[in-house]
Design a protein around this ligand. Structure first.
Ligand code: AP5
Length: 192
């Protein structure tokens, strides 16, 4: 199995690049944001609980997202690998993911971290908010809260993987194709 974490702040291009990487490498996409939005759309108890946090730009509690990822790993036993998008977002999530992957006798090959300035992030998300229907994109103060959560709780996850020498920083500004090529070059170096 070849497992990748696509990492970066809100609006850094994780979702955009994931779609292209999945097509090229045939990995299974696990986006906790998408999984949570699907729970909200189906009005499940988990979705109703998560919406309260997401609408304020806050992280959903660890046990909720770890449970979702655990189920997703169990229900996809025969994939070539996973592309984690928006997960892990806290140190507790990173440790839980390592344990879950160990049970499957696999691990994270690389964390690809997209670097984008705060002003560019806000600009991208406000533009997307005009048409996305995402409640967390429409209001600048919610967008800033999401970035603050990233700075306070998520950024340190890169330090965790850095201690295993698994982090590569990629410039996340420029054309989608340029960024995609830079991501692929790093993946190809690590894949046999
Ligand atoms: P999630 O769905 O993960 O959203 P996010 O991290 O806030 O990221 P986005 O989807 O907004 O951005 P992205 O990096 O994927 O960029 P995208 O490609 O879309 O999380 C949402 C919420 O769910 C969280 O706030 C939290 O509450 C909860 N949650 C999720 N996971 C959780 C977890 N593990 N733990 C706890 N809570 C969790 O691009 C953004 C825009 O920019 C698009 O319009 C795109 O077209 C544009 N764009 C992309 N690339 C470029 C480029 N190169 N140049 C110009 N524009 C570009």
């Amino acid at each position: 199995m070849f497992n990748i974490i696509l990492f970066g702040p809100p609006g850094s291009g994780k979702g955009t690049q994931s779609q292209k990487l999945l097509e090229k490498y045939g990995l299974k996409h696990l986006s906790t944001g998408d999984l949570l939005r699907s729970e909200i759309a189906h009005q499940t108890p988990l979705g109703i609980e998560a919406k309260n946090f997401m609408d304020k730009g806050q992280l959903v509690p660890d046990e909720v997202v770890i449970g979702m990822i655990s189920t997703a790993l169990e229900t996809n036993p025969d994939v070539a690998g996973f592309l984690f998008d928006g997960f892990p977002r806290t140190a507790a999530q990173a440790e839980a993911l390592d344990k879950l992957l160990q049970l499957k006798k696999t691990s994270i090959a690389v964390m690809l971290a997209l670097d984008v300035s705060e002003e560019e992030l806000v600009k991208r998300l406000l533009i997307r908010g005009q048409s996305s229907g995402r409640s967390d994109d429409t209001n600048e103060s919610v967008i800033r809260s999401r970035i603050e959560e990233y700075e306070n709780k998520t950024k340190a996850v890169a330090d965790y993987y850095n201690s295993f020498d698994k982090v590569v920083h990629i410039k996340g500004e420029g054309s989608v194709e340029e960024i995609f090529d830079a991501l692929c070059a790093e993946i190809d170096k690590r894949k046999e």
